[in-house]
Ligand binder design. Sequence first.
Ligand code: TYD
Ligand code: MG
Length: 454
Amino acid sequence: MAKTKSKYVCQNCGYETAGYLGKCPECGAWASFVEEVTSFSEKSVNADLPDNNPPMKLSQIEMNSEIRVTTGISEFDRVLGGGIVQGSLVLIAGDPGIGKSTILLQTAGSLCNNNKKVLYISAEESASQIKLRAERLGVKSDNLYIYPQTNFELIKKHIESMQPDLVVVDSIQAIYTSVIQSSAGSVSQIRECCNALMGIAKTNNISVIVIGHVTKEGNIAGPKVLEHMVDTVIQFEGDKYKTYRILRSIKNRFGNTSEVGIFEMSGKGLKEVVNPSELFIKEYNQTQTPGSTIIVTSEGTRPLLVEIQALVGTTPYPAPRRIANGVDVGRVLQILAVLEKRIGLNLSKQDVYVNVIGGIDVNEPAADLGIALAIITCVRDVVFDSHTAIVGEIGLSGEIRAVNHIDKRINEAQKLGFKRIIIPEANEIQEKFDGIEIIKVRRIIEAITRAVSK
Ligand code: TYD
Ligand code: MG
């Protein structure tokens, strides 16, 4: 006879307790506990697990290089580290409506054209909805199987009998296993299903891609546990109101992290953007106003030119506002503090808005100098030279600190037609550059003189 056991699980972080708690001691969330009942049979659940991997000596282990299957979508391959590793479990997370189902259906279609068998488990949409999307994307292959199902046991049965090359689970929050009695989408359900999928992937050597939704705060919904379990976590970002989308790898057991792939959403699905810098600074030259600069940021190993805008105005409030879009507001506050202390720019009666154009997030300190110069040019009401790009981190004493990948950044600026680039003095350049003037600066005041006097 099956036994049952009940526990309370925090839906935010997965913390478990025997009784109800109002506040989670682990993550501090309030009223996040939900009772979950597990039933298990008398015989041990693990008894029938195949045991084909006994412990062995390091010297006994044969190294077989991982087999990668290219998806045929090169921006996606780049994020994965060169293709999907056979037998790996990949999580793609993103806001609703960002295009997760779209990219995976496209990937499935592309793999099927390469004679791979793909099983697409649609737990959220009906088969005809998928068909409609497939028509729009021009996906029509007989190697693609669509299976609208939410029950994990049935899904497992079909994966094992079909033995496809790739399984797509859309989405992990919508499937449930009968082993656990809590509703689909709860932490225990997600954890159990993900664990079981991992087992299927590893024992049958089938690659599995699962879709996961993110919460309003931008975390992968419910459990952090999900992130720990899978081999690769890819975040799908973008501005819902703009057409481009960014795939970013945040964990990868088989490749580089923080690699990005850039796409544009069109009427016929997601299209790869081969030259993203062009896209992000497309409108720069036409709309030149004080308070706008171009920085060269580095996403993974890839340099990207991005426009930063700042707006400074008298505040009607006792406490001035600092609003940052696409950059960390803490970073902006630090830059403002340095500007006040080191060059005497007092903005305590002014609102400051900083915006990164294009819906991309710039999280590296190398953007500091660009942000500072955008603020300064706005305050002084001068237009920044449109042929100059900027990189550099600002230290607390007003010094400009070195950044990584400097050669790649200079290269990218030159490729996009920039005539000058302001970089930190401390950076050593390996390559020789012709046709772009490299201005090295040591302190913030120097950067201002060089930039504004042009
Ligand atoms: P979808 O893949 O359903 O998002 P998710 O699975 O992440 O929730 O895509 C959602 C949006 O993309 C939807 O608003 C419609 C739009 N879209 C296009 O603009 N072009 C297309 O070819 C497709 C398929 C979708
Ligand atoms: Mg979807």
